[in-house]
Design a protein around this ligand. Structure first.
Ligand SMILES: Nc1nc2c(ncn2[C@@H]2O[C@H](COP(=O)(O)OP(=O)(O)OP(=O)(O)O)[C@@H](O)[C@H]2O)c(=O)[nH]1
Ligand SMILES: [Mg+2]
Length: 422
């Protein structure tokens, strides 16, 4: 889909359609879609719901309900219908025909926000890839309508020929984008490799969108990243070195937020940004405790991490926005219940000492303590220990230089052969 076909810059007025079966999820679902609409600058006029275990194949909601949606959309003066779910090409076509206006699904809405936020080349490439990947399987249904309009039995209409050409063009473009993204990824891998030469572990801030990741990053690293109540304020990853107490430090990365039910192909298209988490030595999972259903958000984040293959990383859970909790006991209870967790307010700075302590513990855990004897003909290793670690004790002995140090994993591995055997 080209940008012009996505939400146009003029004000969109929308009717929202929900089908969640579980009544207890209503607020979460509604607030979330409202937030997405706001971020996409869509004005919400009305909402309508049908409780369904699963959507209908042809019109997503039942036929009668689809008519209701169409009527409501017309009466309220909407110019777009937004479905809180993922539509197939057929559902999209049928609903648009019934409503006589543009119908978009949650994925398209998220893509629209991403398109607005994308600033770097990588971000823009990923958005385009995601849009094409989204559109590809729907091409057929769009053209079926076109062909029908042309009519004519046995006619190998221009619709079909055009479909073939368009398909090929889309496929070509998708592979081109894939190649370009690979190139950007290679560049990032180089940056990462050069940072790896320092004795600082990598931490990635992960969490549900709007949890307060960028606010925390700004507080810790002195950055001035956009922190905004709207979802997906951050799209592109930022990495900074952060100093910790006791002379420790780490490289901290703030990146895109997660959201529940993110379609798999969207995750794939944003792999290059999302996978930042997989390069980290450990994760800082920021949780917005002011959201009543924060546990649903935690599950969604953990699911995405699993999808990315980053579920086994050490993780510090950061319960954020405790300034919005009614009483302080809740925060204490959470920290007591969840291992390796702290409670903070990223915007006020409450609890930052606890977080710093937790980070130091984690970093110490990751830095391998070694006790080695470096032979005098391999003295360059000593310099590396100073450069890429913390030398705690040194003694020039007859058989070599005795060193007790904390080293980054790679270096600890490298010098293992010189270990002092007990
Ligand atoms: N009350 C309160 N608000 C906070 C706190 N931390 C962040 N916020 C607010 O929460 C909103 C989202 O914060 P961000 O830092 O943009 O969240 P994010 O996780 O980076 O969000 P995305 O990049 O969109 O995924 C902003 O309006 C922040 O001001 C906090 O500790 N207390
Ligand atoms: Mg952010």
């Amino acid at each position: 889909m080209s940008k012009t076909e996505s939400l146009a810059p003029l004000v969109e007025k929308a009717v929202l359609v929900y089908i969640n079966e579980d009544e207890s999820e209503d607020t979460v679902v509604e607030e979330e879609l409202a937030g997405l609409c706001e971020a996409a600058e869509v004005e919400v006029l009305a909402g309508i719901r049908q409780r369904l275990e699963r959507p209908y194949k042809s019109t997503y909601v039942g036929t009668g309900k689809a008519q209701e949606v169409a009527n409501l959309a017309a009466e309220s003066g909407a110019n777009v219908v937004i479905i809180d779910g993922e539509l197939s090409g057929i559902q999209l076509r049928n609903l648009a025909e019934k409503c006589r206006m543009k119908v978009i699904d949650r994925t398209q809405l998220i893509l629209d926000i991403f398109a607005r936020r994308a600033k770097t080349r990588e971000g823009m490439l990923q958005v385009e890839l995601a849009q094409l990947t989204y559109m590809k399987p729907k091409l057929m249904s769009v053209y079926t309508k076109f062909e029908r309009q042309k009519g004519g039995i046995g006619m190998r209409g221009p619709g079909e020929t055009k479909l073939e050409t368009d398909r090929r063009m889309v496929n070509d473009r998708i592979s081109r984008l894939g190649e370009e993204i690979e190139e950007v990824k290679r560049h990032r891998a180089q940056q990462r490799a050069s940072r790896r030469k320092h004795p600082f572990p990598f931490a990635s801030i992960v969490g549900y969108t709007s949890a307060g990741k960028s606010t925390l990053m700004n507080r810790m690293a002195g950055t001035e990243l956009l922190a905004d109540a709207m979802p997906f304020a951050t799209l592109d990853p930022t990495t900074r070195k952060v100093d910790l107490p006791e002379g420790y430090a780490l490289f901290l990365t703030d990146t895109v937020g997660f959201i529940r039910n993110l379609p798999t192909n969207l995750v794939a298209a944003f792999q290059s940004t999302l996978e930042e988490a997989t390069f980290a030595d450990f994760l800082i999972h920021v949780v917005d405790t002011s959201v009543p259903a924060w546990d649903i958000q935690v599950d969604a984040v953990n699911d995405t991490l699993k999808h990315l293959g980053a579920e086994d990383k050490p993780m510090i859970i950061v319960f954020n926005k405790i300034d919005r909790l009614a009483d302080a006991t809740t925060a204490r209870r959470l920290v007591a219940e969840w291992p390796n967790s702290v409670a903070i307010s990223a915007s006020l700075g409450t609890g930052m000492n606890d977080l710093m302590k937790a980070l130091v513990r984690q970093v110490q855990d990751l830095l391998g303590g070694v006790e080695i004897i470096i032979p005098y003909n391999e003295q360059s290793i000593l310099q590396e220990c100073y450069d890429y670690g913390r030398v705690k004790e040194i003694e020039y002995r007859e058989e070599g230089i005795y060193v007790r140090a904390e080293l980054v994993h790679e270096l600890a591995e490298k010098v293992r052969r010189h270990s002092v055997r007990s």
